[in-house]
Design a protein around this ligand. Structure first.
Ligand SMILES: [Zn+2]
Length: 498
């Protein structure tokens, strides 16, 4: 059983539309009013290289009163012309409705509309209607649309277009957008693969192969090395599994002698809950409990491909949380790599236990800052819903920088408080700290307070992506399943810090 191959449409930038080989021509439709409240008619810039007949079909469509030009509006129609058989009109909205996020969604929704059939060529001719700074986001979206969760249909439900041309985009925008799109798709592929395939060693192999392709250095710690490195917390969580834990370390040496940034990801490749066993409905999507680690791989891939001038280390703490006679137990005390002891009061709060050792490895690299990503708590979803990532920090300045990058990429984040009063909630009677707070109140924050114990004095931001990393239902611009959230934001964060 083989999954669908990783999608790699040919991407190209073009100065002019080649009307003899345009395939599906994608044009932008804009409301002609200044603001969104003042929409009467729509306008569309029509390339003069299209035949007069097609031009008049498009003009008639724009004059019909049927189109609004709103973002997300997609109209596909046949032209009757053999050279340019299909035209797709995509609403891009007024200037005040446009954003980098909408540009990404535009590229994605258009291609998602067209992947139902094999297509040799799609030609985007929307350069004028989208800010040139956001052209790369359109490309990233278009590429992301080629990947989804349908990896094992015996008759593939999706056809990846052979060629996608972007008329009026620079080469740089197309290359950069392609890199971002592929990076997001690697993250999503890692998450969407079944857990028995993407177990700790399967994940490590994927990361190693990708690293060698994009020029990252990659070190994998197996269970023996983890033991030699005193990663007792990672080993405890993974002990009941026949697929032993791993730690993956990816390095991008883009800077000089400067201290690195470290990005850490929770990689619980399957979370049964352990002895604190989850019910089936809570366990069914738990292949996604490694989305933090998968995000690290996507971000590191992008940084290497984009040759970002910064030293960055990516760390993935990988374990499978299972049940056996050797499971780690409630009441167990674990001496973590840092020397701090933790009391286990719920084996389903395992992500923070894995991260305890992984963050300690990060600290050893004397980083300038650490960011960790984790599908850590249901409490964060209770607080913020499923579309928003929670930020928790010991450093307002680094948190502001992460927030600024996320805002620029239109990936919603919200900071939660880290008042000292929460520290009391993770104190244990028998060890230094315990792995759950008191009751369920403030669970996202008590989890972060637990992690804060393992970052020493390093400026650190914790991103809880339990909500936005994995979706139950699709959207016009994205399949359900893994989303690849925060890949774009963290790439931008590193670029801004360069
Ligand atoms: Zn868990």
């Amino acid at each position: 059983m083989q999954p669908l191959p990783f999608p790699t449409p040919n991407l190209s930038a073009a100065a002019e539309l080649d009307a003899s080989n345009a395939g599906v021509v994608v044009l932008a439709v804009q409301p002609s009013g200044e603001s969104s409240d003042d929409v009467t008619t729509v306008t569309c810039e029509i390339p003069s290289s299209l035949s007069d007949a097609i031009q008049s079909v498009i003009k008639n469509a724009c004059d019909s009163g049927e189109l609004t030009g709103k973002p997300g509006e997609i109209t596909l129609f046949a032209t009757g012309d053999s050279q340019t058989p299909w035209v797709l009109l995509a609403g891009v909205g007024t200037a005040d409705q446009q954003s980098r996020g909408k540009a990404y969604e535009l590229g994605a929704s258009v291609v998602r509309r067209l992947i139902d059939k094999p297509r040799k060529q799609i030609s985007f001719v929307i350069g004028q209607a989208i800010e040139s700074d956001d052209h790369d986001a359109v490309v990233a979206g278009a590429v992301s649309a080629c990947e989804g969760q349908h990896l094992y249909h015996s008759a593939p439900a999706v056809s990846v277009p052979e060629n996608i041309a972007f008329v009026g985009f620079s080469e740089n925008a197309v290359t950069r957008g392609g890199t971002l799109g592929h990076s997001i798709n690697h993250t999503r592929r890692l998450v969407n693969e079944p857990p028995s395939i993407m177990n700790p060693s399967g994940f490590a192999q994927y990361a190693e192969k990708l690293a060698s392709e994009c020029g990252l250095s990659c070190e994998v710690w197996d269970e023996k090395r983890l033991e030699a490195e005193n990663c007792r917390a990672i080993l405890a969580v993974g002990r009941a599994s026949t697929s032993p834990p791993r730690l993956v370390m990816l390095r991008h040496d883009g800077g000089g002698d400067e201290a690195p940034l470290v990005i850490v990801g929770k990689g619980v490749t399957f979370d049964s809950g352990g002895l604190s066993l989850k019910p089936s409905e809570g366990m069914v999507d738990m292949k996604c409990d490694m989305a933090g680690a998968a995000t690290v791989v996507g971000v590191m891939h992008a940084l290497a491909e984009l040759k970002v001038p910064r030293n960055v280390i990516g760390l993935c703490g990988l374990a499978e949380n299972m049940v056996s006679g050797d499971s780690y137990k409630l009441g167990d005390v674990i001496e973590t790599r840092s020397g701090k002891t933790i009391e286990i009061l719920n084996t389903d709060a395992e992500g923070r236990v894995v991260l305890a050792d992984t963050l300690d490895v990060a600290v050893q690299h004397n980083p300038e800052a650490i960011v960790d990503l984790a599908t850590l708590t249901g409490a964060c979803m209770v607080a913020l819903g499923t579309d928003v990532a929670g930020l928790m920090t010991n450093s307002e300045s680094v948190c502001d920088a992460v927030e600024k990058a996320a805002n620029a990429e239109c990936e919603p984040v919200w900071e939660l408080p880290m008042f000292p009063l929460y520290d009391e909630k993770v104190k244990s009677k028998v060890a230094d700290i315990k792995n759950v707070g008191e009751g369920r109140w403030g669970g996202a924050i008590t989890a972060a307070k637990f992690l804060e114990n393992f970052v020493a004095e390093v400026p650190w931001v914790h991103i809880d992506i339990a909500g936005p990393a994995f979706m139950d239902s699709p959207k016009p611009h994205r399949d359900a399943g893994a989303t690849g959230v925060m890949v774009r934001s963290l790439v931008r964060w590193v670029e801004n810090a360069s």
